[in-house]
Design a protein around this ligand. Structure first.
Ligand code: GLC
Length: 648
């Protein structure tokens, strides 16, 4: 249906804003008109066709136009360059690192001086962990934001952030920041006003006079932090109401049934986009819509909100990609890329948390069958969208893949997960890993895993026992895990410190603001003395750093690794070896990863199932091979891998 009055209204707003729709604002105007009907129908899906919704809708259109008029010429040019690259973020040339500015180098002003360290490693994309204002002691690592537009003083100023963005752009680097959409700190201005009794701001949150509705909600809402923050509501003494707090008691959930909340947060989205953020990480989107009688996770309207944000962003800041940080089961994650007519039109990125966890599964069991059982689901990702692939991040490792995948590999799901938890918490006899269980649910015994890449791979214990063989094995495991992450398809995101083999840091136990949350054990404070060892040949730091550097550099050289939905898993000729083929036009790359503590044998037949190719070149070991007879084998060393390019 052509809605004449709608377009008339949009045109009037454009005129009021003095847009030059035939000249410099033409491409914005074209995008706006092309998306108006979709934006409107998504908005109405959320808020209903009512007279007052129209006013909110007009306000939102004004927000989109202001975002465009406030976008600098430089950023508009960058948008155009990205548009010309078409799906710029699918590239094999991007590798990221996620870091806490303060723990990495103190403050934002010190970041530019560290860019060379990062580019030397091959990193050209940074995820800065939250830098906006967040109360000390009640910050959840910055995910409890008290001012979305003010940089936390100890990190520096907004100008420092902007300067860093410009320096990064000059070096062709990309920037990712978080938008914490689901909640604010209880010290955010809106929450303070709500506590003071302002009804308008109380409607920004889920607030109730008594326990009646909170009790009903809690019957179906799972606890996120059952140990440190059980339940989903907190009593506010100031206004005598129960407030929904799904995460910590100091993180108040925003109420998106109120269009004022959506409009205000969309404006914040644009504030970040206009700072020059290339990828916006939407924190915890699975939780943004709540309905009684449900888990309040992954609800259809959470997707409506994301789609709406996506359509608005592509109008006013088309170079900004969206990452939906949903750490959910494989079937659910696919929906964050959009479904139906919105397939490929919701989030551009999601974390491949399932694959990440399955690599940890394979490392502990030496068996890749559960990993394989999950791939059918994971390969459903639509073309044009991509993953953030990773081995470790600031969060815990959740074992949230489906029981059916564990069963398909022939294991009992409960026993299997119990083994993984025991293995990584070091409880299992002989386990080389040193980690800890995070958020154990006393009712279900569900738990996640904390620990740094190096410690979970055995380096901490090997160093303690000064065991050179185990040190070597742990380094191999670290590189094996990073290698699979790098070649799987998607943008690999390293976690700072992992490139230099940082083991767990237990100092968080002495800080009452952190001691309740063992995720801090794997969030190191960088010691730049130690990091200089990355240059010292023979040191552990150098072994890990240089291998990581080589992986990134190889990835950049092999365009077949760009995520063109061009990955085929190989038949598991050996249950210890995860193997896949990346193919594009006449380029072919076989990637094989041995999760076994012993050498593994792969029949040469594995290289014949997907078309011809007789000569192979292992880009990792720099070795040439001729594909042999079916009864002959390629031998892959313990915890090693090969990246076989088909050369003939
Ligand atoms: C995301 C963050 C996590 C935080 C949570 C609440 O999952 O990654 O660190 O605790 O959101 O904001």
């Amino acid at each position: 249906m052509y809605e004449f009055s709608l377009f008339q209204r949009v045109n009037t707003t454009c005129e009021q804003n003095k847009l030059d729709t035939g000249g410099k604002d033409k491409s914005f105007y074209t995008r706006l008109i092309a998306n108006t009907a979709a934006i409107r129908s998504l908005y109405m899906e959320l808020y209903g066709y009512q007279a007052k919704t129209e006013l909110w809708f007009d306000e939102m259109i004004q927000t989109i136009i202001s975002a465009h008029t406030g976008r600098s010429k430089k950023l508009q040019e960058r948008d155009t360059q990205k548009e010309q690259k078409e799906n710029w973020f699918l590239s094999n040339e991007i590798t990221g690192m996620s870091l806490y500015v303060d723990r990495f180098c103190g403050k934002l002003q010190n970041m530019p001086a560290k860019l060379d360290y990062l580019t030397n490693l091959g990193v050209n994309f940074l995820h800065l962990m939250p830098v906006f204002q967040s109360p000390a002691g009640e910050s959840d690592g910055g995910y409890a934001v008290s001012d979305f537009r003010k940089v936390e003083e100890r990190f520096g100023t907004l100008k420092d952030l902007k300067d860093l963005q410009e320096k990064m752009a000059e070096k062709d680097m990309y920037l990712m920041l978080d938008i914490v959409l689901n909640h604010t700190s209880h010290q955010h201005e809106w929450a303070i006003k709500a506590k003071q009794g302002d009804k308008g701001y109380q409607d920004y949150f889920y607030m109730y006079d008594n326990r009646e509705l909170p009790d009903q909600f809690e019957q179906t809402m799972p606890d996120i932090f059952p140990e440190s923050s059980p339940g989903s509501f907190t009593y506010s003494k100031e206004c005598h109401k129960w407030v929904m707090t799904v995460f910590h008691h100091y993180q108040w959930d925003l109420n998106y049934t109120n269009p004022a909340v959506f409009n205000a947060m969309l404006d914040t989205v644009f504030f970040y986009a206009n700072l020059g953020v290339d990828i916006l990480r939407i924190d915890a989107p699975a939780f943004i819509w709540k309905e009684l009688g449900t888990t309040c996770q992954n609800l259809p309207k959470a997707h409506t909100i994301l789609r709406l944000i996506k359509q608005c962003v592509q109008v006013a800041a088309p170079g900004t990609a969206l990452l939906g940080e949903a750490i959910v089961a494989p079937k659910e994650i696919m929906k964050y890329f959009g479904t139906g007519e919105y397939t490929g039109r919701e989030c551009d990125f999601a974390y491949n948390a399932t694959q990440m966890a399955l690599q940890w599964d394979a490392l502990a069991t030496g068996d890749i069958r559960v990993m394989l059982a999950a791939q059918y689901e994971l390969l459903q990702k639509p073309y044009g969208t991509t993953w953030i692939t990773y081995t470790r991040c600031h969060d815990d490792i959740g074992l949230g893949y489906d029981d059916s995948m564990i069963a398909a590999a022939g294991f009992n799901a409960y026993e299997h997960r119990k083994y993984l938890k025991d293995y990584y918490s070091g409880k299992f006899p002989g386990s080389p890993a040193v980690g800890a269980l995070f958020s154990v649910n006393p009712k279900t015994q569900d738990a996640r895993i904390s620990g740094s890449l190096a410690s979970l791979c055995g380096l901490e214990k090997a160093l303690e026992y000064n065991n050179p063989v185990e040190i070597e094995m742990s380094i191999r495991k670290i590189i094996l895990m990073q290698a699979q992450t790098c070649f799987l398809g998607g943008v690999p995101m390293l976690f700072y410190g992992d490139e230099a083999g940082y083991t767990n840091d237990y100092s968080y136990l002495d800080d009452p603001a952190k001691s309740y949350d063992n995720r801090w054990m794997h969030r190191p404070v960088i010691d730049w003395e130690k990091n200089t060892k990355t240059e010292e040949i023979g040191s552990i730091e150098h072994s890990i750093f240089s291998a990581t550097q080589r992986l990134i550099s190889l990835r950049k050289q092999l365009s077949v690794v760009a995520d063109r939905k061009n990955l085929t898993w190989l038949t598991p000729h050996n249950i210890h070896v995860a193997g896949f083929l990346r193919a594009y036009d006449d380029q072919k790359l076989y990637c094989m990863f041995n999760y076994n503590s012993k050498a593994s044998y792969i029949t040469w037949y594995a290289f014949k199932e997907h078309g011809k190719g007789t000569k192979l070149y292992d880009r990792w070991q720099n070795k040439r091979y001729t594909v042999g007879e079916d009864h002959e084998y390629l031998i892959i060393e313990p915890y090693s891998f090969c990246l076989m390019e088909v050369v003939e």
